[in-house]
Design a protein around this ligand. Structure first.
Ligand code: G6P
Ligand code: ZN
Length: 583
């Protein structure tokens, strides 16, 4: 066995290594600076309890973006030097974020070993390549992102770091070939176990879903399917699951070869960036004569986000999670005993609230960010949850899960068509959504994003709205002067959340105006923007009358949009007469 030594490498702190719960994200040119990644990794090791490092099993992999392969070799050498017992690496360094979560929770090594944490190398839906973004985040034993207590400690450590440990003479390990390589260090054996990126995840999906019934649906000549991985890591799973396990045609996979630069694209599954899929689904202006597939979906770079489409039909993420929750028990074996509860982030539409009420389920409204769902799930309070930002998931892991969401939709379609596969016409995605609206009412929904706004103006707008919401009489008199057709505002506040599990309080999570008819206006500052401030305005109107649920959202929402823009003095504070993006 090759022997390695441990060196202490002197270093000095870098500014700005503060990780959020989605980790540390910076341009590649920042990460490639000498000691930059090393400082962050050592600061993480130093923030963990000893048993999570010495003798521990650590997962290291990611979405395969540029710089990942170099980063993996560096982390392996640092793990060895810090006394980690073994490192698990997905083949070619690829593991989707949900797959990492699954591997931490489910994978058992040949000798019975279990992982206690993971470094996930991803910047999610941000572009990749030498001039784009890289990212790293640490996930804990439950498979979820490190809580704030840990990320704060990591940050503190980055400010004072003086040295890191490195097994300098450890040779680079071939991560393209499956197998275990062993070395001998001062504290004993150190293994690198390169394993198939998909096996553990596929195994878990097969425990959750009825693959046979989905396979029947996919084999029906009337059902056509298309999946776009946007050259992200979802490609490493799509072929295995959709083609090999479920029998979809290989031609139904778009951009499913993972690339370091995501083919130069922006790997975010929405109507703007998933251009090829949107065109194939008949949702662009090209008026193509070709018949679109019945079902289409896309994922982001690390495969935790999803977009669901029907033929010429967009399913909003808020509707998607509500529909999954409403159909889960019948359609998905994992949920057959019932749902423990459901949850959504505050700005996500209240479509799932109506389902929860109807089905008498526990319901939680949490701040934006997946970590709040994780706490509920660990306490056994929540089975299905989702966010308007294209995240959907369940308590099978502690991250949102893009492929899971697609399998959930395919399960619902399979269930609805199980006695109908030889009939004239299949029940479609659009049919399911329209039926849902007819039963539960429809939440018309739109989001206006004002990106890279001057921070001073953005803060002033928020402060103005906080002050204004304290007097409902004043709010209503302004609202009525803008548009007399809208309902009264019955409640306004700055959203604050008390975690029912650990009692922690999260303040300043956005401003809400709730109307008597169930409509809502929400204003919040994005927590993920990289330049200036991004203001997000979420506009939602509830329509119970089933004869009125078929309108165009922008038309149905026009009065509320006008109220929102005037009430907030958007143009005055931001200097913008129009949003950067409307979704
Ligand atoms: C990340 C998190 C999501 C969250 C989103 C919000 O993607 O993983 O859970 O919904 O950020 O982003 P925003 O820019 O609105 O703060
Ligand atoms: Zn992501």
């Amino acid at each position: 066995m090759v022997l390695f030594k441990v060196s202490r490498v002197e270093t000095t702190p870098f500014d700005g290594q503060k990780p959020g719960t989605s980790g540390l994200r910076k341009k590649v040119k920042v990460f490639v600076q000498l000691h930059y990644l090393q400082n962050f990794v050592q600061s993480t090791f130093n923030a963990l309890t000893a048993e999570k490092v010495r003798g521990a099993t650590l997962v290291v992999s990611g979405d395969g973006r540029y710089f990942s392969k170099d980063a993996i070799q560096i982390i392996i050498k640092m793990a060895a030097a810090n006394g980690v017992r073994r490192v698990w690496v997905g083949q070619n360094g690829l593991l989707s974020t949900p797959a990492v979560s699954a591997v931490i929770r489910e994978r058992v090594g040949a000798d019975g070993s279990k992982a206690t944490g993971a470094f996930i190398l991803t910047a999610s839906h941000n572009p990749g390549g030498p001039h784009e973004d890289f990212g790293i985040k640490y996930n804990m034993e439950n498979g979820g992102p490190a809580p704030e207590g840990i990320t704060d400690k990591i940050y503190e450590n980055t400010k004072t770091i003086k040295e890191y440990l490195l097994a300098e003479d450890l040779p680079d390990v071939d991560i393209s070939t499956i197998g275990v390589t062993s070395f001998e260090g001062p504290e004993g054996q150190f293994d690198i176990d390169v394993f198939d990126s998909a096996t553990d995840y596929v195994k878990l999906m097969k425990l959750i879903f009825d693959f046979q019934s989905i396979q029947k649906l996919l084999s029906s000549p009337k059902f056509t399917f298309c999946y776009d991985a946007l050259h992200g890591v979802a490609g490493a799973y799509a072929k295995r699951i959709f083609v090999e396990e479920l029998g979809a045609q290989e031609s139904s996979l778009l951009n499913c070869v993972p690339k370091e630069d995501f083919g130069g694209g922006h790997p975010d599954p929405n109507l703007t960036y998933a251009k090829e899929l949107v065109a194939r689904m008949g949702l662009d202006d090209s008026n193509s004569q070709e018949e679109p597939p019945e079902f289409g979906a896309a994922a982001d770079g690390d495969a935790d986000r999803n977009m669901i489409l029907g033929k010429r039909f967009f399913v909003t993420p808020s509707d998607s999670v509500a529909i999954i929750a409403a159909n889960a028990v019948q359609s998905i074996p994992y949920f057959s005993a019932g749902l423990k509860g459901v949850a959504r982030s505050m700005p996500t539409s209240a479509a799932i609230d109506v389902v929860a009420k109807h089905l008498n389920l526990n319901f939680f409204e949490v701040p934006t960010g997946w970590k709040f769902f994780g706490n509920l799930m660990d306490a056994g309070l929540c089975s299905v949850c989702g966010e308007e930002s294209f995240g959907t998931g369940s308590d099978h892991i502690r991250e949102k899960d893009g492929i899971w969401a697609v399998l959930a939709w395919l399960s619902i379609l399979a269930y609805r068509n199980k006695d109908n596969l030889d009939g004239d016409k299949l029940v479609t995605v659009e049919d399911i959504v329209r039926e849902h609206w007819a039963t539960y009412g429809r939440h018309y929904y739109t989001r206006y994003d004002y990106e890279n706004v001057d921070s001073v103006g953005a803060k002033a707008l928020m402060a103005y709205l906080v002050k204004l919401q304290s007097s409902l009489a004043e709010v209503n008199s302004i609202v009525k002067s803008i548009c007399s057709d809208v309902a009264d505002v019955v409640h306004a506040d700055e959203f604050e959340y008390k975690d029912p599990v650990d009692g922690s309080i999260s303040k300043h999570q956005g401003i809400r105006y709730l109307f008597g008819d169930g409509s809502r206006l929400v204003f919040r500052l994005s927590g993920t923007g990289s330049e200036g401030a991004t203001i997000r305005l979420y506009i939602e109107q509830y329509e119970k009358d089933s004869s009125k649920t078929g309108r165009q959202p922008q038309e149905a929402l026009a009065p509320l949009v006008e109220v929102a823009l005037n009430l907030s003095k958007m143009e005055e504070f931001t200097g913008r007469s129009a949003p950067t993006v409307i979704t």
